[in-house]
Design a protein around this ligand. Structure first.
Ligand SMILES: CC(C)(COP(=O)(O)OP(=O)(O)OC[C@H]1O[C@@H](n2cnc3c(N)ncnc32)[C@H](O)[C@@H]1O)[C@@H](O)C(=O)NCCC(=O)NCCS
Ligand SMILES: Nc1ncnc2c1ncn2[C@@H]1O[C@H](COP(=O)(O)OP(=O)(O)OP(=O)(O)O)[C@@H](O)[C@H]1O
Length: 203
């Protein structure tokens, strides 16, 4: 099925845009969700993580202590790369399975892959078009820190591990400007939805 990649840095508004695409009956597959599934208790990747980082990243109930691992990997790029080489191939497989159900379960003629690291990884091979949710970096920092328990310092480190704004926008086929209101974002998504229906029909 024709698939559009929806990307943007942390706190840019991908989830907000994705919610509007879902409202139109589009199957939105979320890479952050896939990243959680592959490290659930009982999955081999969680055993590997515990072996590499130690029991300090495992909670009493046996699940991953995400805050502890976040601290470890965004403080040390080598540790982040280790985690990525383990999880990214698994995340990709999970995404492929979730995209496969689009045709049978959703009314829209195209699917969305929502991913913060679409352009940074081989996930870009899974899409025919790239849509970037764009906001100035200062606003990104402000919205992400208002939402998360993460400190401003930690969000800066996460942003540093992602593509710079200009490089991401340079790879975009379409750009959603989310520096304004949610109403403005929704109106832009509605226009893109109409465009993607046409593109899917031609594909
Ligand atoms: C380090 C982990 C455990 C922290 O979990 P936590 O629940 O705190 O954050 P969550 O997964 O919701 O991610 C929040 C945001 O951080 C950013 N982020 C996450 N991982 C990465 C990464 N490897 N590089 C750059 N940014 C990242 C994204 O913008 C994401 O939306 C988790 O992010 C993780 O497992 N990351 C590695 C897998 C990955 O690359 N996921 C990104 C989607 S493919
Ligand atoms: N246009 C807007 N006006 C005001 N607040 C907004 C707007 N768009 C999104 N937000 C808020 O900004 C925060 C980040 O948005 P959202 O969660 O959609 O970003 P995201 O790109 O999915 O982030 P992440 O990569 O961290 O998952 C949320 O608290 C959201 O409610």
């Amino acid at each position: 099925m024709f698939t559009v990649g929806l990307t943007g840095g942390i706190g840019s508004g991908k989830s907000a845009a994705a919610a509007r695409f879902r409202h139109h009956g589009v199957n939105v597959v979320d890479a952050d969700w896939a990243a959680r599934v592959v490290v659930e208790p009982g999955r081999p990747a969680l055993v590997e993580i515990a072996r590499h980082f130690g029991e300090a990243v495992i909670l009493a109930d046996g699940s991953l202590d995400r805050a502890a691992l976040r601290q470890r990997v965004f403080d040390d790029p080598a540790e982040r790369r280790w985690l990525e080489q383990l999880t990214h191939p698994l995340i990709r497989e999970e995404i492929i399975s979730s995209l496969a159900v689009s045709q049978t379960t959703h009314s829209a003629p195209y699917a969305i892959l929502e991913s913060p690291l679409l352009i940074e990884t081989s996930q870009s091979e899974l899409v025919q078009r790239v849509c970037v949710v764009d906001i100035p970096e200062a606003l990104q920092l402000q919205r992400a820190s208002a939402r998360d328990a993460n400190s401003v310092e930690q969000i800066r480190k996460i942003m540093a591990a992602q593509l710079p704004r200009d490089e991401r926008c340079a790879k975009a086929d379409d750009i959603l400007d989310n520096s304004g209101s949610l109403e403005s974002l929704n109106a832009q998504v509605d226009a893109l939805h109409r465009k993607y229906i046409q593109l899917a029909a031609q594909a």
